[in-house]
Design a protein around this ligand. Structure first.
Ligand code: GRF
Length: 206
């Protein structure tokens, strides 16, 4: 069977991308990565992909006054490369209903909070300031509503008295790297079923 084609979208540092590439090199994730796309020129992740010999594209949303035109340009790339799955690994641009409907295949996103708590930006610090005792991260399917699609997996960390914005973000990030590869493998293998909002994973098929 041919390998699924997984495009990874980033906007910055690229540590989740780096971790996915490492796991793919180790054979822990089986997929082809036709390209990495960034909407920001200064994304360090672009360099990481290039060093691994992966094709990169920069499509800067600022060059497209109309959002649909930006998204059409991205969609054209996904068609050209026959992408099966999109991973949003720190992609900081919300994809509209038009994009999600037109692509019409799985898009997954990693978010640094236990959704539905703390959607949006700066989630780790908002969780800390709220006073939660447990924080974490979520991988979910992307739907037309931001940070609200069916949840594939979550990882939890305890919050300690001496935690700072930096320490909590770092511990969440370590869990993100584990969770994202596990969730992507589930989606690649197709061993899940979505009923209502619930994602049922059949681990027997792993
Ligand atoms: C991660 O915290 C991810 O959850 C959020 O953006 C951050 C990206 O980090 N969506 P990196 O670029 O993967 O290092």
């Amino acid at each position: 069977m041919s390998l699924k084609k997984v495009a990874i979208f980033i906007s910055g540092r690229g540590s989740n991308l780096e971790s996915l590439l490492k796991k793919r090199d180790m054979g822990r994730i089986k997929c082809e990565i036709p390209f990495v796309l960034s909407n920001r020129e200064d994304a360090r992740g672009l360099q990481i992909a290039e060093e691994k010999g992966i094709k990169t594209y920069l499509i800067n949303h600022r060059d497209y006054p109309v959002r649909k035109d930006f998204e059409s340009a991205v969609l054209q790339l996904t068609e050209k490369h026959e992408v099966d799955i999109i991973v949003l690994a720190g992609f900081m641009k919300v994809l509209s209903a038009y994009f999600v409907r037109t692509f019409n295949k799985p898009i997954i996103n990693i978010h640094p909070s236990l959704l539905p708590s703390f959607p949006g930006l700066n989630s780790q610090n908002r969780a800390l300031e709220y006073g939660v005792k447990f924080a974490g991260c979520t991988v979910h399917f992307v739907t037309e509503d931001v940070d609200a699609g069916p949840i594939i997996g979550q990882e939890i960390i305890p919050v300690f008295n001496d935690d700072s914005e930096e320490s909590i973000a770092l511990r969440i990030l370590e869990r993100e790297h584990i969770l994202l590869s596990e969730a992507l493998s589930i989606v690649i293998n197709g061993n899940y079923e979505i009923i209502g909002r619930r994602v049922f994973v059949n681990h027997d098929k792993d």
